[in-house]
Design a protein around this ligand. Structure first.
Ligand code: AMP
Length: 371
């Protein structure tokens, strides 16, 4: 998933699950290396470490103290003076085991300065733990005792780290990416809502590629391809084709048009796992879904519309009431929840799908223009 913070775009690099595992393993290593009954004083380097420090001490599983410091840099009286001062430490450190908690170490300059300040106190031992480390840019001799994960020299945010103070609240780590170039829209709605008709008009208007997974399946069935043979029995029954088959097909369709201005996805995603796969797939290309635009129409109106369409569409799933009901059942149980999925990302746009084709195109265009 791509996130926008101020003027820049970021994509997920390290999931929150992976971070939890790293933090757990760091805390356990630190604990097992300490003498029994030793009560260490953890010192977090603000601001970035606050999330890491909170998770770390809960995994540490032993008595400990925690304090935080900040390295404040201020101008001295002469303009050439740049004095650094540690603020936040009031404890008596003599005889203590001090363990510094850092969220990330890159060049090591801040860390070295903090280390120098502590080194001159009469402490028992000083160790350094960092969640992330950039080996390619580290310039100091100072030994880092515990490293959670080495990362490349990319700008990252999340899990306490910020870009201009934004992004600290994100549960995963995100990496700077290039600005998306495409307009990608999921055209959504129950079977028969008019997605295909509208997509055909909108793709011309916005110069987008229209991918209808239903059309691709039907094309394959007609041409008796392997994919067609596989999908036929699901489609004939009004069931969904299995996710893996559909997702792979969708990716292949997108990859056929690398220079597209964007895509209108019609009939995809239809399950939460398809939606997640689509997000990951687009994020790998530094792209994202701009919005889900949904045609809202009631079911009873739609069954009539589909039966009417069945007289001419030649679609095996358009003529039988039972199959149509099953398609709605699939929609209501597996697909309708996608509204919540996109709502949670702030990208759901509902449009009244009852009216003339032109009126509905106008309503959809209003949303497309905004995205
Ligand atoms: P449609 O033309 O979008 O109404 O799709 C017709 C049929 O193709 C559906 O009832 C499913 O059997 C299959 N199909 C189309 N898109 C998907 C999808 N994203 N996931 C699973 N099955 C699909």
């Amino acid at each position: 998933m791509i996130k926008k913070l101020n003027d820049l775009y970021f994509k997920e690099l390290i999931s929150s699950n992976e971070i939890s595992e790293i933090v757990k393993s760091l805390a356990h290593q630190v604990k097992s290396d300490l003498p029994k009954n030793e009560v260490p004083l953890f010192i977090g380097i603000l601001n970035g470490c606050f999330v890491f420090a909170a998770d770390f001490i809960r995994e540490f599983n032993g008595d400990c103290e925690i304090s935080f410091v900040k390295l404040a840099s201020y101008e001295g009286t002469k303009s050439s003076e740049n004095v650094k001062k540690l603020i936040g430490i009031n404890e008596d450190l003599s005889g203590r085991t001090i363990i510094i908690l850092e969220d990330i170490i890159d060049t090591g300059t801040t860390l070295q300065e903090i280390y120098e300040i502590f080194r001159h106190q009469n402490i028992k031992e000083l160790k350094i733990v960092t969640l992330f480390f950039k080996p390619d840019v580290y310039r100091k001799e100072l030994h880092i005792n515990y490293i959670g994960k080495n990362i490349a020299d990319k700008f990252i945010v999340g899990y306490g780290l910020d870009y201009n103070e934004l992004g600290r609240n994100l549960p995963a780590i995100y990496q700077l990416t290039t600005q998306p170039k495409m307009k990608n829209i999921v055209l959504f709605g129950p079977p028969g809502a008019g997605k295909g008709t509208q997509a055909t008009l909108l793709k011309e208007k916005y110069d987008l590629i229209h991918i209808s997974t239903g059309d691709v399946f039907r094309f394959n069935i007609k041409n008796e391809t392997e994919l067609g043979l596989l999908a036929k029995k699901f489609i004939d029954a009004g069931d969904l084709v299995p996710d893996e088959v559909t997702i792979n097909m969708l990716k292949a369709e997108v990859n056929k048009s690398p220079d597209a201005n964007g895509f209108i996805f019609d009939g995809f995603p239809r399950t939460e796992s398809q939606a997640k796969a689509l997000d990951v797939f687009l994020a790998e290309k530094n792209e994202r879904i701009n919005g889900m635009v949904a045609l809202e129409v009631t079911e009873d109106l739609l069954v009539e519309r589909i039966l009417e369409r069945g007289k001419t569409s030649g679609r095996s799933d358009d003529t039988d009431k039972e199959k149509i009901r099953n398609r709605f059942n699939e929609y209501n149980t597996k697909t309708a929840i996608l509204k919540d999925y996109y709502d949670a990302q702030g990208t759901y746009y509902g449009v009244n799908g009852v009216g003339s084709i032109e009126d509905i195109t106008d309503r959809l265009s209003e949303v497309f223009d905004k995205l």
